[in-house]
Design a protein around this ligand. Structure first.
Ligand code: UDP
Length: 327
C-alpha cells in the first residue's frame, strides 16, 4: 500500500484516479480548491478511511503532513472556457503549484507524476503528434495561459529531475471524456451530449472539420496508473488515436443519444487547433498500454451519466425500451 497525493483529485480525471487508487488499497490525500473540481465527484469516497479531501489551492499551499510515496499533479482548469476565465490562476497552478508539489515529492522521496497535455503541441504541424515534436504554440495568444503553463510545468519537472534527482514522470493527456465531466463545461463531449439530451442545437464551432481523438476516461486512468507504477520518465502521450472530425462527433452523439437536435454552426475559438491525434507507439512499447473502449461505447456510458443528472429533460431519462426516445 502507498500513500498518494492527488492534486486536482476532485476534478473529472482526478476523481477517477482517486477511485482506482483507493480500490487497489492505496491511501489517497486528494487536494483540490474546488474551483472547477466538485466535491460530488469524490462523495463516494467520503466514508472511506483511506481517503481524505483537503480543500486547498496548491498554488498557495500544499498542506500535507507525513510521508508520501507518490504525488500526482492533475490540478488545473482544463476546459478552454474554464482556463480562459481564469488565466492567472491557470498560470499559477502550472508554475507555483507545480513547484510546491515537486518540493513535496523531493522532501518525501516520492515519485512525481505531471499531467501535461496535448496542448503543448499547439496547432501541430506534425501529424500524428510524437513526443519528440516540439509544438506550435503562440506564446501570447489567449490559449497560451494553459499551453505555456503546462510547457513550463514540464520544464520545471525535468529541472527537478536533473538537478535534484526527483523521480518524475510526464504524461501528455489528449482529449478525454466520460462520466463526471461537468455538464456543459465547454468541452466538446459535455456540450454535445447535454445539448442532445436537452433537445437543444448541437453547437459545432467553425465548419467542424477540425479533428480530435477522444479517449474514454477508464482507459486514460489505466494509463496513468501504469506510468505511475513504472520507472519511465517520459514525456509519454496518453490518448486514443481514433481521430474524428468535430462534425463526425456531433453526428455520433446524435446517433448514440437518439436525439433529433439540429446542428448549429458557431464561430471557431481563436487558435483552436486544426487537428490532433496522438502517436502512442511509446506508451504501447514501454507500458504495454493502449485504449480499449470504442467511441460509441464510451459515448453511450457518458450519455447514461448525463441523462441521470437531467431527468426533467425529454431525452434525459433512458427509457426501458429503446434509449432516450422523444416520448
Ligand atoms: N467544440 C465545438 N463545440 C462545442 C465545444 C467544442 O465544436 O460546443 C470544438 C472545439 O472548437 C474544438 C473541439 O471541439 O475544436 C474540442 O474542444 P474542447 O473544448 O473539448 O477541447 P480542446 O481540444 O479544444 O482543448
Amino acid at each position: 500500500m502507498s500513500r498518494v497525493v492527488v492534486a486536482g483529485g476532485a476534478g473529472f480525471l482526478g476523481s477517477h484516479l482517486c477511485d482506482r487508487l483507493v480500490a487497489r488499497g492505496d491511501e489517497v490525500v486528494c487536494i483540490d480548491d474546488l474551483s472547477t473540481g466538485r466535491a460530488d465527484n469524490v462523495r463516494q469516497l467520503d466514508a472511506h478511511a483511506a481517503f481524505t479531501l483537503v480543500v486547498a489551492d496548491v498554488s498557495a499551499e500544499v498542506p500535507v503532513d507525513g510521508g508520501v510515496d507518490a504525488v500526482c499533479h492533475l490540478a488545473s482548469p482544463a476546459s478552454p472556457p474554464a482556463y480562459l476565465e481564469r488565466p492567472l490562476e491557470t498560470l499559477a497552478v502550472g508554475s507555483e503549484g507545480t513547484r510546491r508539489l515537486l518540493e513535496l515529492a523531493e522532501r518525501c522521496g516520492a515519485r512525481f507524476l505531471l499531467a501535461s497535455t496535448s496542448e503543448v503541441y499547439g496547432d501541430p504541424t506534425v501529424h500524428p503528434q510524437v513526443e519528440t515534436y516540439r509544438g506550435n504554440v503562440d506564446p501570447v495568444g489567449p490559449r497560451s495561459v494553459y499551453d505555456e503553463a503546462k510547457r513550463f510545468a514540464e520544464a520545471l519537472t525535468m529541472a527537478h529531475h536533473r538537478v535534484r534527482d526527483v523521480d518524475v514522470a510526464i504524461v501528455r493527456i489528449f482529449n478525454t471524456y466520460g462520466p463526471r465531466l461537468t455538464p456543459g463545461d465547454g468541452r466538446v463531449v459535455s456540450n454535445f451530449v447535454v445539448q442532445a439530451l436537452a433537445g437543444e442545437p448541437i453547437t459545432v464551432y467553425g465548419d467542424g472539420s477540425q479533428t480530435r481523438s477522444l479517449c474514454y476516461v477508464d482507459d486514460e486512468v489505466r494509463g496513468l496508473l501504469s506510468i505511475l507504477d513504472s520507472s519511465l520518465t517520459g514525456p509519454v502521450n496518453l490518448g486514443n488515436p481514433d481521430e474524428r472530425t468535430v462534425l463526425e462527433l456531433a453526428q455520433l452523439v446524435l446517433e448514440v443519444t437518439g436525439s433529433t437536435s439540429e446542428i448549429a454552426f458557431a464561430a471557431l475559438p481563436t487558435d483552436d487547433p486544426t487537428r490532433r491525434c496522438p502517436d502512442i507507439t511509446l506508451a504501447r512499447r514501454e507500458l504495454g498500454w493502449e485504449p480499449s473502449v470504442p467511441i460509441a461505447e464510451g459515448l453511450s456510458r457518458t450519455t447514461d451519466y448525463f441523462a441521470a443528472l437531467m431527468p426533467s429533460h425529454p431525452l434525459g431519462r433512458p427509457s426501458t425500451g429503446g434509449r432516450h426516445t422523444n416520448g
